[in-house]
Ligand binder design. Sequence first.
Ligand code: 13P
Ligand code: SF4
Length: 329
Amino acid sequence: MNKLLKEKSNLNINLNKTELIVEIKKLCKQRNAIILAHYYQEADIQDIADFVGDSLQLSQQAAKTQADIIVFAGVNFMAETAKILSPSKTVLLPDLKAGCSLSDSCNEVDFKEFLKLYPNHTVISYVNTTAKIKALTDIICTSSNALGIVNSLPISEKILFAPDRNLGSYIKSITGRDMIIWDGACHVHDRFSLEKIVKLKSEFDDAKIIAHPECDKTILVISDFIGSTSALLGYVQSNASTSFIVCTESGILHQMKLAMPHKTFIPAPPNDSTCACNDCQFMKLITLEKIYMSLKYNKFEINLDEDIRAKAEIPIRRMLAISEKLGFK
Ligand code: 13P
Ligand code: SF4
């Protein structure tokens, strides 16, 4: 992982930040391109993006954009999802090493074997999966709509949920549904330190603890609010508290501070680092320099086998249709 971070910015581009931003905007205009950025991106990238959002919102944008080129400031499965939904468009991921530990925790061969053990189950997979896993899935979900998707199925239906064990267990605990859950996790959300969070809470006793459902159960049970990145962002705006201990990737703090500059946001610390916050090294591989190179030289184009793409599109479209009915915009 450290090797990845070292490689982060070795592009030798002779432009300062302001010039880089001007050039990126110029290229976007010339090429009819848009930049879609996840909330976990660096602040500078969120600031220049055409749209910043969570996984669901980004897939909705990818499905409806009129642009010819989508530059994904995010990770591989997000760019793949955009390509699945917009196959005629050029989809660019500025660094192909921007993967996802959660997506990596579910490979096609093992997943096929797992599915054989549970016939007659409806397969719900988190969007944090490869196109090949999506192609084996009945309905995709994200952290925003997982509860709604599960509840949209008849109570008699048996569910196989993959790949996040924490999100799956959380949904199972609140719905009481018959759910088999794949044993995968995100290395960022799974490593928050309960001990350090409890200590922070004793120092900031008015602070609300807010957590993403990809966090371990030990963190979720002490949280005042659990939700996707966009739900956490909404909560800090609607809740009267003025301080929050935020248990998700630290990139979201940028939008929280922009929306509520008078409030205090404390990033929850991980258990295995000297750093006070918790970053996704894959998300943070994307830089302004790489976005510039991406737009200038089509780096790096996402292409998918058409058979896989077409199969993967079906469960994503089902998710988008259910989400629209449920009022997720
Ligand atoms: P959401 O954007 O759905 O909150 O998911 C968080 C995440 O881990 C994306 O990688
Ligand atoms: Fe994947 Fe976790 Fe990074 Fe999200 S935060 S991209 S789930 S590794």
